[in-house]
Design a protein around this ligand. Structure first.
Ligand SMILES: Cc1cc2nc3c(=O)[nH]c(=O)nc-3n(C[C@H](O)[C@H](O)[C@H](O)COP(=O)(O)OP(=O)(O)OC[C@H]3O[C@@H](n4cnc5c(N)ncnc54)[C@H](O)[C@@H]3O)c2cc1C
Length: 330
């Protein structure tokens, strides 16, 4: 039906990702304002039961593609699938998350469909019966509203749109057949190497403990500080995040970077340790529910947005905080 919105939902370890559910929630809201429905699109094997649960997050129906082409992630396969289903459903908008994978397959899907792509969008609305996507430009200093002459393809920045509350029942799951197989794919991912076992993704975590340049070099004088931060994160069940200064210095991996050129996070609790609070860092974490900042400089800009500020040395405050949390959570 016209005015339906097709949303591709990424799955990880057999479950829909938080970013995927956020895209679905945003898609369902958009479809509602356009008088249509949200259609969830999922690819992978053995996902039938979980795919049905997407009804509880706003999907009117779920399309599921499985088979050898989807046994392992392939940007080629997902892009072809999305493009095929965009046409088959006559969707007015096609959405996915602007995750690393989303940034990989959605531009390809848009290109196959000969459509433009609004990437990394932070707002979505209906105007004059058409979808409008809003994306930041000039390093977040301005925003542009994008309308498409045909189907609007848009990738949604994770953790900007709310995660929809679970409600309602399951959705029917319709199997999708594709006219291509493994042999037709030009790019196949042969192996996905997981990061350190058990590590939470900073964009998916409910609590994030981030370190900045004030934590010092983990190879020398900051070694104990970073061990302390890991212990704090472990105590409260948090993911470790980092400022760009720390990532640029090679102290932490880029996957942990929070901010304008890193990940956008919106955890329940964000603990910033030795981070000054540059605007580009705030761009990625100011949506956190509660912000705690530890900094030895009382004038540090991070204190302007912190709910709780602790003026002190990370070397002393982090272990004291960890002990207090361990005691409270016992
Ligand atoms: C285009 C562009 C994109 C960018 N994208 C990002 C991004 O995605 N994410 C990001 O984070 N930055 C980003 N930046 C960089 C940003 O401008 C800052 O340079 C960076 O965030 C600073 O990191 P920091 O707070 O760790 O370091 P600093 O600014 O050096 O701050 C260190 C802080 O630690 C405090 N401190 C020092 N010692 C201690 C101690 N012992 N105990 C407690 N506190 C201590 C200091 O008082 C200071 O406030 C970007 C910049 C540009 C130009």
């Amino acid at each position: 039906m016209a005015n339906d919105v097709l949303v591709y939902i990424e799955f990880k370890d057999g479950k829909p990702t938080k970013a995927g559910l956020q895209a679905l929630g945003a898609g369902a809201n958009l479809a509602k304002s356009l008088g249509g429905s949200a259609i969830a699109l999922v690819a992978g094997n053995g996902l039938d039961a979980e795919a049905a649960t997407l009804g509880a997050y706003g999907a009117a129906k779920t399309l599921l593609a499985s088979g050898d082409a989807f046994a392992q992630y392939s940007p080629d396969a997902v892009a072809k699938l999305i493009s095929n289903q965009a046409q088959a459903t006559s969707a007015v908008a096609v959405l996915a998350s602007a995750t690393s994978a989303g940034k990989d397959f959605l531009p390809r899907a848009a290109a196959i469909s000969k459509a433009g792509l609004a990437s990394d969008i932070v707002d979505l609305r209906a105007e004059g019966g058409k979808p409008v996507a809003v994306r930041p430009v000039y390093a977040g200093k301005a925003r542009v509203s994008v309308q498409a002459s045909g189907t609007l393809f848009a990738s949604l920045r994770p953790n900007v749109f709310p995660t929809p509350a679970q409600g309602g029942g399951n959705t029917p799951v319709t199997p999708v057949t594709v006219a291509f197989g493994l042999a037709d794919l030009r790019a196949l991912v042969s192996e996905i190497v997981a990061g350190a076992a058990g590590k939470l993704d900073v964009a998916e975590a409910e609590i994030v403990c981030s370190g900045g340049r004030g934590m010092k070099d983990p190879a020398t004088d900051g070694k104990q500080n970073w061990a302390n931060l890991e212990k704090l994160a472990q105590t409260v069940g948090a993911a470790v995040g980092a400022s760009r200064a720390v990532v640029d210095a090679g102290w932490r991996p880029h996957a942990e970077q929070v901010g304008q050129t890193g990940k956008t996070v919106s955890p329940k609790l964000y603990i910033a340790c030795g981070i000054s609070g540059a605007i580009q860092h705030l761009a990625g974490m100011s949506g956190s529910k509660v912000i705690v900042a530890i900094n030895k400089d009382p004038q540090a800009p991070i204190f302007k947005i912190a709910d709780y500020g602790i003026v002190g040395d990370v070397a002393e405050v982090i272990p004291a905080l960890t002990d207090a949390f361990a005691h409270a959570l016992r």
